[in-house]
Ligand binder design. Sequence first.
Ligand code: SF4
Length: 262
Amino acid sequence: MASRTAGEDRIRDRIDVAPRFTQADVMRLNNLFRGQDAAEAVASVMGAGLIGETAIVSSFGAESAVLLHLVTTAAPGIPVLFLDTGKHFPETLAYRDELAARLKLNMVNLTPDAEELAAKDSTELRWSYDPDGCCEIRKVRPLEKALADFDASITGRKGFQSATRQGLARFELDGDTGRLKFNPLANWTREQLDAYFAEHDLPRHPLEAEGYPSIGCSPCTSKVQPGEDPRSGRWRGWDKTECGIHSAVTPIGDDPATDPAF
Ligand code: SF4
């Protein structure tokens, strides 16, 4: 075995506590790829390994096929994280399987922790009185755990989807984790998405034609009327627009005594 100097030992033993990405990195990346076509940007970023270990996060919703096709064309085999909440429409699970086979996706299905589910959602009805808490158990925590192994995630969010997503940047920090979020379709329009579907002959989510332009878990997704925000059918009737994996939400307390009786 080769001997090491004391200096080498110090370098190897040092714990690197610096964040992986900073706001300055985000600004640099946004400037570097400003105005560049999404497919070219993805190919450059992934080809040069600019953002480290990366996974796609996909809901297999109405427009997910575009991001999945675009990214896996540049980076075949990239892990695709799917939050298997236990509350999806059967059509979504079938669509996931169809796209996974068609695009040869490296699927990673993330399920909630069984003990936490039993302790906090034994009725399976938490969505009806504490959707933030339900999302926390079924989406936020499983994703947090899975992303701990990655430097960056790629999302399919678009600025046009809702008032709260307008002006979405292509690159952003993932909260205070030091991870990066890459949103290649941030400035895409509905027309560009439709053209991409047609050009690559990608299958549509079966519920889209039934009036669901944004598709999440079945209890929390309703049809959208013409003229409404595409995401207005999500958590309708609640002051909630995001599940918590992209911006913080506020679950009610953990004390089961405060849960309603059914
Ligand atoms: S979207 Fe609804 S059912 Fe799905 S995890 Fe969130 S609150 Fe629960």
